[in-house]
Ligand binder design. Structure first.
Ligand code: BGC
Ligand code: BGC
Length: 653
């Protein structure tokens, strides 16, 4: 009120009017300045502007970052290292770590439920953002190889070797799209899959993770997986896929995981490159290096492979990540390798970092001691041993990826929607279809199959008939398969058969008792023997024999001695050396590692609801002496050897 009166009085005279205008002018200027400074406080910086292209945003952000902040973006740490506030301060405030992963069986939250995953990842994201000067979100990664496999409750599809038997890229696109829908809903935006290694040696513990031995088939299915995981909008990725493990990983010496391999250039080009090239061409956002050495050089330290071949020849422009612990493993304290799988080329822990980064690794999956990594890399940049441009190139790629994932705009997920995102009603139908299409009928003497639902009782027996863990395989909930006490939804072979023909028609027996098997066999019209391997992952699955366990051999022998028709159902990650048993059996159905819907799928084929049409994606050697064998050729001498079942085998009704 007082100012209005004053204004009127001043405005009354000419001089007063001029004075007033002057005063008004300076008030306006002052107001403008005020507004300006308020604006600059809330102004959206170019890197925060979602309307700009990812590349320009990355350039802008990169220019604002210190060396320490940049180095942190190249570190990936295991979630098991984030348990206290002290950890969070160290990892995020001091080291600026840009990425966290769940290794096999590692949880971000208190429980293994979709909601707890989402809440846990949200909390880690908040801890990171609260401590980040430039508000750079973290990228959370996990292995989700056959469905959202680490998450309890999610539907598990067949492992890649089974999907390869379907020869159906459309199906693979669908299954991987289910995985990425779930992963995104939980905040897992980096999925370490697909496995682009082609199978070469069935003694290797990771054989089942591959799409088989044919580079062309593997290429098609790898491309389909990348598309399914990432979606079809390159600037708005659902998740980032990872083609792994680059390169030559699947043919380690003696089939032993992580052991070195010697490969002629031609073999590398013709057999190993195509499936990775397919991933690159399909736009795979990331690639992971393999654990071992090719021709004497660890891939993680090989500029020729990780940069010249992958980036130069193959045109990969995304993020290259090292595998679990491989960078620090380049240095062996004391200089002596603990065993042949280590090629300790580095002279110190810092030298290990230098070799990997200069070879072309962008992100290092450390996974534990991030302080060692980040301080080593900072020193290396300061001394010039790693160039500023090498550092910037790697960090820029990481930032571009984070922008393409929309993480700056949406760092958090809605935990209330995690459950619905992780499991949809239609997933099991798709899983059943995948099992139906993958099952590979290799023998069917006298057209024993399909079995008649109205025939006499069927004896269903064997460890794989009732074991959820066996049908899921490794990398399911836990690293080595389902841990004790976890009960994921699943239909076993026994349950599936009971459902198909009615429980009254199904007999069971204690498979470890041959007397019991013989007694029940007398009452049965046919015997379904479900045998195979327990769950395993990585080197835990290496074998020198690929033999069926002796107690299971005795079971099959007892069944075959009964004189009743025998159907062998093999639940395994690879062909087993069971020629003699197969000879006497009437039928053999290869089920691979079928996952949640194993029982429905097996029953669908056994009783003819579905005519089998899976085709063997690998060669099935008749004897371990012929291993490794690819397309009927022994790799050791390049000679043809008659396989028990050839690549592509598979009967229908
Ligand atoms: C495996 C990778 C996996 C990583 C993270 C490594 O040991 O080789 O395939 O992505 O662990 O769990
Ligand atoms: C992790 C796996 C990893 C493996 C490699 C395990 O402890 O859980 O994810 O692949 O170590 O050594």
């Amino acid at each position: 009120m007082r100012s209005v009166l004053l204004a009127r009085r001043v405005f009354g005279s000419r001089r007063g009017r001029r004075l007033f205008l002057l005063a008004l002018g300076s008030v306006l200027v002052a107001l403008g300045a005020l507004e300006q400074s308020a604006l600059s406080r809330s102004r959206v910086l170019p890197y925060q502007d979602a309307s700009l292209p990812a590349a320009s945003r990355a350039d802008d952000l990169l220019a604002r970052m210190t060396v320490a902040e940049k180095v942190g973006q190249l570190a990936q740490v295991s979630v098991s290292k984030l348990t206290t506030d002290l950890d969070l301060n160290r990892v995020f405030a001091q080291e600026g770590v840009g990425s966290i992963l769940s290794g096999g069986g590692e949880l971000p939250g208190a429980q293994n439920t979709p909601r707890s995953w989402a809440t846990g990842i949200n909390e880690i994201q908040k801890a990171a953002l609260d401590r980040s000067r430039l508000q750079i979100p973290i990228l959370y990664g996990a292995d989700a190889l056959h469905g959202l496999s680490p998450v309890l409750g999610a539907v598990i599809f067949p492992h890649q070797i089974g999907l390869a038997a379907t020869r159906d890229p459309g199906l693979v696109r669908q299954t991987t799209a289910v995985t990425s829908r779930g992963a995104k809903a939980l905040g897992i935006r980096w999925v370490f899959g697909p496995v682009a290694d082609v199978s070469r040696d069935l003694r290797w513990g990771r054989y089942y993770e591959t799409f088989g031995e044919d580079p062309k088939l593997a290429s098609e299915l790898v491309a389909a997986s990348v598309q399914g995981l990432q979606g079809n909008r390159p600037d708005d990725l659902v998740v980032a896929a990872t083609a792994k493990h680059f390169i030559g990983y699947s043919q380690p010496q003696d089939g032993r995981d992580r052991f070195p391999v010697t490969l002629p250039a031609e073999t590398l080009t013709n057999w190993f490159v195509p499936s990775f090239q397919a991933a690159v061409d399909a736009g795979a956002a990331t690639v992971m290096t393999q654990h071992g050495a090719v021709n004497g050089t660890p891939v993680v330290a090989s500029h020729a492979l990780s940069t010249d071949l992958l980036r130069g020849t193959m045109g990969f422009a995304g993020v290259l990540i090292s595998d679990w612990g491989d960078v620090s493993d380049l240095y062996c304290p004391g200089g002596t390798p603990p065993n042949p799988k280590f090629s300790c080329v580095a002279t110190s822990p810092e030298d290990a970092v230098r070799r990997a980064v200069n070879a072309g690794v962008d992100v290092t999956m450390i996974p534990y001691d991030s302080a060692q990594f980040t301080s080593a890399l900072k020193d290396l940049v300061q001394s010039g041993a790693v160039s500023q441009s090498r550092l910037d190139g790697a960090v820029r790629r990481v930032l571009v990826l984070k922008f393409r994932l929309g993480l700056f705009e949406h760092p958090y997920v809605d935990a209330g929607k995690a459950q619905a995102g992780a499991v949809a009603a239609s997933d099991r139908k798709l899983a059943r279809k995948a099992v139906d299409e993958s099952l590979t009928l290799l023998k069917n003497r006298g057209h024993l199959l399909p079995l008649k639902k109205r025939g006499g009782p069927i004896l269903v027996v064997g460890p794989a008939a009732t074991s959820v863990s066996r049908q899921m395989g490794g990398w399911t909930i836990g690293w080595q398969g389902i841990p004790a006490g976890a009960n994921p939804p699943a239909v076993t072979v026994l349950q599936g058969i009971r459902e198909a023909v009615g429980a009254r028609k199904v007999l069971t027996a204690n498979w470890l008792s041959q007397a019991d098997v013989r007694a029940k066999a007398k009452k049965a019209s046919a015997i379904v023997v479900a045998i195979g391997e327990p769950a395993y992952a990585e080197w835990y699955g290496d074998t020198s024999t690929a033999a069926l366990a002796p107690d299971q051999v005795r079971l099959v022998e007892a069944a075959e001695a009964s004189g009743k028709p025998v159907v062998l159902v093999l639940v395994a990650g690879r062909p087993l050396m069971i020629s003699a048993l197969v000879k006497k059996a009437n039928a053999l159905l290869m089920a691979y590692l079928p996952g949640t819907e194993a029982g429905h799928g097996v029953a669908d084929v056994l009783f003819g609801r579905v005519s089998p049409h899976g085709k063997l994606p690998v060669s099935w050697p008749a004897s371990i002496k012929d291993v490794p064998m690819v397309k009927g050729m022994r790799l050791k001498d390049g000679k043809r050897a008659k396989p028990l079942f050839a690549y592509g085998a598979g009967l229908s009704y």
